[in-house]
Structures are given as C-alpha cells and as structure tokens.
Design a protein. Structure first.
Length: 624
C-alpha cells in the first residue's frame, strides 16, 4: 500500500499516523500537493492549526478551485480564531461545492461569530439535514460542531457538551464551540462555569450582539444585575433591529425594577418584529400593567395571521387573557387562557400518573426509621433557608421578606438540589436508593450543595434558595443539611391553581396547562408534605399566604423565629428593597401587601368544574 493511500485511510481515525505518512512522502516528493494537503489536514485534526496553515495556505493559492483545500484552510483559520480569514476561505469552499452542508454549517458559525447574523441565517438555510453518522470525523472541529448541534436539537445536551469539549480540546480558540458551550452551561444554570468563557468572548468578540446578550444572561443569573443590563444595552446597540435582544433587555430592566424602561424595551421588540409575540406576554406578566385598546386590537390582528406558529399564538392568548381579565370580561378571558393552555398541552404533555407514582414512592422511601438512623449525618451548616411549595403560592413574597433581613440574602431559584437528586437517580431508583448510601455521603452531598451555590452568595451568613420544586426533595435536604431551615408556602388551592393556569411559563410546569392535572398536582403536593409532617414533625414551617397578607408582622416574626434569627422591622418594608427579582411576581413584591389577588379566581368558578373535582376536599374555601 502506498504511503498516500495509507495516509488517506487513517486521516480521520489516526491523524498522527496520517501526518507521519504524509511527511515521509514529502521527503521523497516535496512538491506533492496531495501529501501537503493530507499533512495540513492531519495537523489540524491534532490541534495544530498553525502548523496546518503552513501547508494549506500555499496550496489554497496554488489550487484555487480545490474546494477541499479551501475548506481545510478555512477550518484551520477558524481553529486559530481568525474569523475574517475563515469566512473568506469557507465562502470559497461553498462556491466550489455548494452541496456541502458541512461547509455551509461551518461558514454560518463563523459569520455568526463575526456578528453577521443575516448572512449566518442565510448560510444556515443552505444546510441540508444535519449530517448523520456516515463519514463522521471525530477529530474535525467542523464535524464536532455539527454533531453538537444535532445533539442539542434532539434534547441531548450532555452529548452536545461532550462534542463541544472535544472541539475545544482540539482548538482552544474555536469561538463557535466556546460560545455554544457557554450557552449550554447557562441553560443548565451553571453560570459560574460559563463566566470565564463569557469574559473571554466579550474581550475577543465585543462586536457580536449574541455574545453580549449571552453575557447579559449569565451576569443576571450570577446576580450581577448592573453588568447584565450593561451587556444587554451593548447588544441592542449592535443589533438595534433584533426583537430578541430588546426583549432580553426588557427582562433585565424588569428584574432591577425599572418598569417603565422595561415596557419601552418590550414595545421596541414588538416594533422590530410583530411576530415576536412573547413580548406581548412579557408586558402582561408585569402584572401591575394594563393594555390599551390599541394593544388589544394589535394582538387580535396578529392572531388573525394563520401562518403564525403555535408557540407565538400561545403567548398572544395568554396576554389577551390578562387583558380581558383586567376589563372584567371573564368569559372571554377564560376562553383566551384555555386556548393558550390547549396549545401548550399539545407540545408539552404532562404524565399525571407518573408524577403521582413518584410521590407515592417518595412517601414510601422517606420513613421515620430512615431519618432516625441517619440523624445528623449531613453537613452541619445552617446557612441555607429553603422556601418550597407550588409556584404562584407566595414564595417570592416570603423570599423578599427574608431578604430584607440584615443577615439573609436571596439567591433566587437554584437548580442544585434538583441536579444533586438527578445525580443520585441511578436506574430510576431515586429516592429508593437513599437507604443504601454510606453515612458519610450525606455530609459530602451537603458540602457539594454549599460549594455549588457559593458563587451565588455574598457575605451575609444565611441565604434563601426558593426553588419551589424542592418540596419533592425535602427528605434529601434534611439528610444532607439537617440544620437548614425549610419553609413551605401554601396558598388556597383554587387561588393557586387558577394563578398557575393563567401563567405563561417559558418552560416546565407542564401540569399547569390542564385544570384536572392542576388539581391532581396540588393534592399530590399536599399528600407528600403531610407525610413529611408525620415522619419529620416540626421540621418544615408551613406559611399560609392568606395569613401572611392578613397578619404580616405576626407571620414574619414566626418565620424569623423558625430561622433562629432576631426580628427586624425592616422585613415589613420588603417592598422598599432594590434587590433584583427574577420571578413573575417581581412587580407585585415591590408594592405594599394588599388583598387584590386573593379572590381573583372567584369570577371563574363556573368554568372550574374539572379543577374542583380533581381537588376533592381541598377545593373547599373559607368563604364557601
């Protein structure tokens, strides 16, 4: 077998051998274009993009019509972070071979990293269906990016991260891989890991609006709100016609309490793109803000467009529901909310049976004997205060009250308990496997949680983690952090469930799209917490949202007593806090307490039969 044939055969699987064969051939035939091409391609696959260019650059001049040479030259430049040079080479490759989706995908990446978003979108449209396994080269950063994209679109984020890590290992300056890995980390709320990459990207690519917007999102998650707003402002200055960028800025401004400016940003998003209907819901989600007649007409006009995608229609129906509710047109409001939730159910179904079975398994696993045998096994830290319950129950209000205390800070909704539980879910045996864990593991789990959340904290001794879904893991929290405080905030069932039904969630909470599912979710939640009260009596403080509204000082004292902290009058002035609030209740907790929302569900009672039936005895209310 000739050296060149051997080099070709092992290029993708053993690039080091391919490079060796090519060098041997070049000793004998120093002018061999094929040997030089293979040498360059092999070096690129070994992560030596600079060495690859020494072979490929002269070839690109000598063989201007060889698409493979242009492609390799472009990817070597991409590996060195030379976006402009990569674009020129890859554009030449796509002209020479317009049927290569790999070349188009690589070109789209580079265009995006240079901030040329319209051209990037056009290049993406040229791509055929992403390339499958045939011909996959595990040492080619172009292929690795394609595979990462395909994995992410299929919902396999872990696989996507592995491909991106491989690409970055081969080419540490390959900006598309760095950007998309940072975006994945942000999606997983691992923003402290994304921070280093984001700072580097902003330094190297300050002119790219997508980079600045991602930086804004990461800084917001890390609690650096001023930096977040600044990055979003930079993004909109670059991409002034981008609806998503203005929408992101609107969110950042809402979080820091600048409602008027947030409204202006949301309206700018709608002006940029009438089809970007999520901005209408964001206006509605300000809660304390009302639509004008012209706004309602504009939303109805958008709904008349039959080409409008279902997700865009969903946001409009939710926004119109809020508008009709504000006008007292309750039948129209119910129709709008029902239409929104019907669209949600179609794309995000909820498995009621599976969830109920999980609660039953959890109640069986969390036994009094289990907790007695492992008493005090976890980390001794008393820093965390967990606020749990169903969403829309008043947890943000309790968090705001606590965060007004001089010894407590709010870390918002942290994903770490859920992540730790998922890490224990071997073969779906969580929480059944908990009794099998070595005693020392509970202290390690507690220490892991404290370390994971450290970047979200400041200097105050205590912090609030108010992720509502942590109620599903109260037993685990007790075992790993036995001195942590746990507060369960509960709202009257019909009020809580109706509020969930009218809330447009960007993701999660699929159960909220169906009145029957909502009723069963609430009863399962109560069933689990009643079991916790039985096996861990007194461990969880239950706070009634309605009692908090009626007796703010008394309930605040009760909450602080549970946290073993002295009473501070400033907690009653929670609405004066300027801290960032990222939940749907952000505007409500910036006002003094009132009873406005307690009975908002009552006009809808004629339509709530499925919810009332599912709630059973829990549907009874004090005024019935």
């Amino acid at each position: 077998m000739s050296r060149l044939k051997a080099a070709r055969q092992c290029l993708s699987s053993e690039p080091d051998r391919a490079a060796s064969f090519a060098r041997q051939e070049l000793v004998i035939s120093p002018q061999s274009a094929e040997a030089r091409f293979i040498a360059g391609a092999a070096l690129r696959r070994q992560g030596d993009s600079a060495g690859a260019l020494e072979h490929l650059s002269p070839l690109a001049i000598a063989l201007p019509k060889a698409w493979g040479v242009a492609f390799e030259d472009g990817m070597a430049r991409a590996g060195l972070g030379d976006g402009a040079g990569a674009i020129l080479a890859l554009q030449r490759a796509t002209v020479l071979n317009p049927g290569s989706p790999l070349a188009w995908h690589a070109l789209a990446d580079q265009l995006a990293m240079q901030g040329l978003m319209d051209d990037a979108i056009a290049a993406t449209k040229k791509c055929a269906e992403w390339i499958g396994d045939t011909g996959f080269d595990p040492n080619d950063i172009a292929w690795l990016r394609v595979r990462a994209d395909a994995a992410a679109r299929a919902g396999n984020d872990g696989e996507a991260e592995r491909w991106l890590d491989r690409a970055i290992a081969l080419a540490p300056d390959f900006w598309p891989a760095l950007f998309h890995r940072a975006a994945l980390l942000h999606r997983w709320q691992r923003d402290h890991e994304a921070q280093v990459t984001i700072e580097r990207l902003v330094t190297e690519l300050p002119h790219v609006s997508a980079v600045r917007a991602l930086a804004g999102a990461v800084w917001m998650q890390l609690g650096k709100t001023d930096r977040s707003v600044a990055e979003y402002r930079a993004a909109t200055a670059i991409g002034a016609d981008s609806a998503p960028l203005w929408h992101g800025l609107g969110h950042a401004l809402r979080v820091v309490g600048l409602q008027a400016k947030a409204v202006a940003a949301y309206r700018r998003a709608i002006a940029c793109d009438a089809g970007f209907t999520e901005a209408w819901w964001s206006l509605a989600n300000l809660k304390t803000w009302r639509f004008s007649g012209d706004d309602i007409a504009a939303m109805r006009n958008s709904l008349a467009n039959r080409r409008l995608p279902s997700d865009a229609r969903t946001w409009l129906h939710f926004a119109l529901g809020k508008a009709m509710d504000d006008e007292g047109r309750f039948a129209d409001a119910f129709d709008a909310f029902s239409a929104a939730n019907a669209l949600n159910r179609a794309s995000h179904p909820h498995d009621r049976v599976a969830h109920s079975a999980f609660v039953s398994r959890t109640n069986e696993a969390w036994s009094a004997d289990l907790f007695a045998k492992r008493a005090g096994a976890g980390s001794p830290s008393s820093d965390p205060i967990f606020v749990v319950g169903l969403p829309r129950s008043g947890s943000t209000l309790v968090e705001q009250i606590l965060a007004s205390h001089s010894m407590i800070e709010a870390a918002s909704e942290l994903p770490d308990i859920t992540a730790i539980a998922a890490g224990l879910a071997v073969d779906g045996r969580y929480p059944e496997l908990i009794p099998d864990l070595p005693l020392d593991d509970f202290a390690k789990l507690g220490a892991d949680y404290l370390e994971r959340t450290r970047s979200r904290r400041g200097e105050r001794p205590c912090f609030v983690d108010k992720f509502p879904g942590n109620y599903l893991h109260v037993g685990l929290i007790h075992l790993m952090l036995p001195n942590a405080r746990i507060i369960d905030v509960r709202r009257e069932p019909l009020a809580c469930c109706w509020s969930l039904f009218t809330q447009g969630f960007a993701s999660g909470q699929a159960y909220s799209s169906d009145l029957t599912d909502l009723g069963h979710m609430f009863t399962d939640y109560v069933r689990l917490m009643e079991h916790v009260d039985t096996v861990l009596p007194g461990r969880v403080l239950r706070v009634s949202y309605e009692e908090l509204v009626d007796d703010l000082e008394g309930q605040t004292r009760r909450i602080l007593d549970h946290c073993a902290l002295p009473y501070e009058h400033r907690c009653l002035r929670f609405f004066e806090s300027r801290r960032a609030v990222r939940t749907a209740s952000s505007e409500q907790v910036r006002r003094p307490l009132n009873r406005d929302g307690l009975d908002r569900w009552r006009p809808y009672r004629p339509w709530l039969g499925p919810l009332i039936d599912a709630l059973g005895p829990h549907a009874a209310t004090p005024n019935d």
